[in-house]
Design a binder for this molecule. Structure first.
Ligand SMILES: [Zn+2]
Length: 320
C-alpha cells in the first residue's frame, strides 16, 4: 500500500515535508562539490597529470590555492574569474561545470521525488529504493556526460578511461535492474530470470550499444571515403555505445539526432559569421567541431526528458 505524504502528515509525521527540499538541496550541494572535482579531472587528464596530487593550484603561476579559493562557483565569483596573485584569467568553464552538475543533480533528485510518493514521504519501500537507485545512476550518467563534453570541447578528445567504464557501468546497471525487477515480480524462478536478463542483454547491449555504435562507425567510414579526412573520431563511436547502453536504442538515436541538430546549427553559424580577429577565414569555416560534446548534450536531454520527447513525437507522427 502506498502511503501519501498527506496521510503521514495527518499522523503527525511533519518530518516527511522536509525530506523533499532537503533531499534536493543536498543533491545540489553534493553535485556542486563533485563538479569542482570533475573540473580538476577535465584539466589534468589531457595534460597527463595525476588528479590526486599536487593539491589544487593556479594553472598559471602554480600557487597552491587556499580553501576559500576552492569553493564551487562562489570562489570564481569572489575572485572575479582571476587568480589572486598572477591575475591570470580562470575560465568560465569552472563555475559552469560546477553549476551544471549541481543543477542536474538537484533536478534528478526532484524527478525521483515526484515519481515516488513513498520516497518523498521517507518510506523506504521497494519502489522507493528502486527510484532512488535509478536517480543515483542517472546522476552518475550526467557526471560522465558533462566531463566528457568539456574534455572533448577543449581537446577534441574523449578519453577511454571514461568511455570504457561508462559502457561497462551502463550495461551492468541495466542487467542488475532487470534481474532485480524480475526477481521481485516472479521470485527466483530460474527460467524467468534467464529470459529477462537475456532480453536486457539483447536490448541494451546489442540494440542499445552495438547497433548505434556500428551505425556511427559506418558514417565515419563513409565520411572518410567521400571527404578524405576524419570527420568522426573513434571516441565518438565509443560514446555512442555508452549512450545506448544507458538509455537504450531510442535514447541513443534521440541523442544522435539532437547532436546532429546542434552540429548543423553551429556549422551554419560558422559559415555566415565572420571569424574572430586573429583567425583565418578558411580555418574558421572548416574548423573541427567537437561532435562528442554535442552527443553528450543530446545524451543529457535524452536522459532527462527522453520518454517525454519520444512520446510527443509518437503522438505527432500518429504512430500512437
Ligand atoms: Zn596564478
Amino acid at each position: 500500500m502506498k502511503i501519501g505524504r498527506r496521510d503521514l502528515a495527518k499522523k503527525g509525521y511533519t518530518f516527511s515535508a522536509m525530506i523533499l527540499p532537503l533531499g534536493i538541496l543536498f543533491a545540489g550541494l553534493f553535485g556542486l562539490a563533485l563538479g569542482s572535482f570533475l573540473n580538476v579531472c577535465a584539466s589534468r587528464w589531457p595534460e597527463d597529470e595525476k588528479v590526486t596530487t599536487p593539491r589544487s593550484h593556479c594553472r598559471s603561476c602554480g600557487r597552491t590555492l587556499s580553501w576559500w579559493e576552492n569553493l564551487p562557483v562562489l570562489s570564481w565569483l569572489l575572485l572575479s574569474g582571476k587568480c589572486r596573485t598572477c591575475k591570470a584569467p580562470i575560465g568560465w568553464r569552472y563555475p559552469a561545470v560546477e553549476l551544471s552538475i549541481g543543477v542536474l543533480w538537484a533536478y534528478c533528485a526532484w524527478q525521483a521525488f515526484s515519481a515516488s510518493p513513498d520516497l518523498s514521504a521517507g518510506v523506504f519501500s521497494y519502489e522507493a529504493c528502486m527510484t532512488l537507485a535509478t536517480a543515483i545512476a542517472k546522476m552518475l550518467f550526467m557526471c560522465l556526460l558533462v566531463t566528457l563534453a568539456v574534455i572533448d570541447a577543449e581537446n577534441l578528445w574523449l578519453p577511454d578511461r571514461l568511455t570504457f567504464p561508462g559502457i561497462f557501468l551502463g550495461f551492468a546497471l541495466a542487467v542488475t535492474r532487470a534481474s532485480l525487477t524480475t526477481f521481485m515480480l516472479y521470485g527466483g524462478n530460474h527460467h524467468v530470470l534467464k529470459h529477462i536478463v537475456g532480453i536486457t542483454i539483447i536490448q541494451f547491449w546489442f540494440f542499445g550499444a552495438v547497433l548505434p555504435a556500428g551505425g556511427l562507425l559506418i558514417i565515419r567510414w563513409l565520411f572518410e571515403m567521400i571527404r578524405g579526412q576524419e570527420g568522426l573520431g573513434l571516441g565518438d563511436v565509443k560514446l555512442m555505445a555508452m549512450l545506448g547502453g544507458w538509455i537504450g536504442i531510442k535514447g541513443g538515436i534521440l541523442s544522435f539526432v539532437i547532436a546532429l541538430g546542434i552540429g548543423v546549427l553551429i556549422s551554419i553559424r560558422l559559415y555566415f559569421v565572420p571569424p574572430p580577429r586573429g583567425k583565418k577565414t578558411e580555418e574558421w569555416s572548416v574548423m573541427k567541431l567537437p561532435f562528442g560534446t554535442f552527443l553528450c548534450a543530446g545524451g543529457i536531454i535524452a536522459g532527462l526528458w527522453g520518454d517525454k520527447i519520444l512520446g510527443l513525437y509518437a503522438q505527432l507522427s500518429g504512430t500512437q
